[in-house]
Design a protein around this ligand. Structure first.
Ligand code: MN3
Length: 241
């Protein structure tokens, strides 16, 4: 599995694209045994790559939207021509969510949240264990394909909540800021866990990058959501115009 490096996914051709697959920061098999290398390879190199490709392909005929970030597109669906609205919705969302997802995980991360994020989780859910249970339940009960999130809401000075979204919707569409996310589409776990989504949700805690979640939480204190979107568009979603 180690020979399947990111370089294989980049070609001269993809460099011409506007939206780009962000680099993967660890090997495909680095999250084993919790997430298997083949799932990671297909998930990143086939699924995520396809969302990026489809997004670029769709925008080819619409030059006025080619300079826009995926975040901008997802936040301004009503400003898009009707005939591309649905396809941009699905593929810009898929691109954003997966870009966040790869960063939400790392091998050998901390075992749980610390600092301000830990305090906020305890304030909002009672304990870290109760938060984890709620997150697992929300992910397990989501019918069909979607995502489960820890979000910061605009309520009560930034209360944390566990939510889910269908398809590739992102919490920003409801004005909430993503802190942590897990993919509960079958393609994220089926090869290894088959239909046992609850087992996947439980095992997934072993690969969470809590430092990244803390970083997102702390940023959400200092910036407006609009400012955060802008900076994410620049640094998270590898992007070239
Ligand atoms: Mn996925």
């Amino acid at each position: 599995m180690n020979d399947l490096t990111n370089k294989n996914l980049y070609s001269a051709e993809t460099n011409l694209m506007v939206h780009q697959l962000p680099p993967m920061m660890y090997d495909y098999d680095a999250l084993e045994p919790y997430i298997d290398g083949r799932t990671m390879m297909l998930h990143y190199g086939i699924h995520h790559a396809a969302y990026v490709e489809k997004l670029n392909q769709t925008l080819e005929e619409f030059p006025e939207f080619r300079g826009r970030s995926a975040y901008w597109l997802l936040s301004n669906l009503n400003n898009l021509p009707k005939e591309i609205r649905t396809v941009v919705h699905h593929n810009a969302g898929g691109h954003i969510n997966h870009s966040l997802f790869w960063r939400a995980m790392k091998p050998n991360g901390a075992s749980g949240p610390s600092g301000l994020l830990r305090e906020a989780i305890i304030r909002s859910f009672g304990s870290v264990a109760k938060f984890k249970t709620k997150f697992e339940e929300e992910g397990a009960k989501l019918f069909g394909s979607g995502w489960v999130w820890l979000v910061r809401t605009p309520k009560d000075g930034g209360k944390l909540e566990v939510t889910s979204t269908f398809g590739h919707d992102n919490p920003i569409m409801q004005g909430n800021l993503p802190i942590l996310l897990n993919d509960v589409w079958e393609h994220a776990y089926y090869l290894h866990y088959e239909n046992r989504r609850p087992d996947y949700l439980k095992a997934w805690w072993s690969v969470v990058d809590w430092a990244e979640a803390s970083h997102r939480f702390e940023l959400s204190d200092e910036n407006s959501i609009a400012e955060l979107w802008e900076s994410e568009a620049e640094c998270l979603l590898a992007y070239e115009d």
